[in-house]
Write a protein that binds this ligand. Structure first.
Ligand SMILES: [Zn+2]
Length: 118
């Protein structure tokens, strides 16, 4: 009996990862950036240096960094989207590992079976 993980165990792990994908909530890829903004009103506190905290989401598109303003009342939700995207990335990373593992195991199991027959 081999101590190595079997292909069927890896396939079980793979099914578990797919279930986690299906259970995801809406997600958004990108980074949240906090910028102090000046609104332009001369009487406003921001004119005296107390800038308005403003959130943006940034992401890469065709090697360029893109930026999108996040309305204040959507900030909490957008933060959840970005967190959920990190969860998706973690699942993708694990799936890649499992798939590569299956490929490797398939080759070694096949070799083992061939040897036994010889
Ligand atoms: Zn202002």
């Amino acid at each position: 009996m081999s101590t190595q993980v079997t292909i069927s165990a890896l396939e079980r792990k793979r099914r578990g990862l797919l279930k986690r994908v299906a259970g995801l909530l809406p997600f958004l890829g990108g980074s949240l950036v906090l910028v102090g903004r000046v609104c332009g009103y001369h009487n406003c506190a921001c004119a005296k240096g107390k800038k308005h905290p403003t959130y943006y989401v940034t992401w890469k598109e065709k090697k360029k960094t893109r930026t999108l303003y996040i309305p204040k009342d959507m900030l909490k939700e957008v933060k959840e989207w970005v967190r959920e995207y990190e969860r998706l990335r973690e699942i993708i990373k694990k799936m890649n590992e499992v798939q590569r593992h299956i490929l490797r195991r398939y080759v070694t199991e096949k070799r083992y079976k061939t040897k036994k027959r010889m």
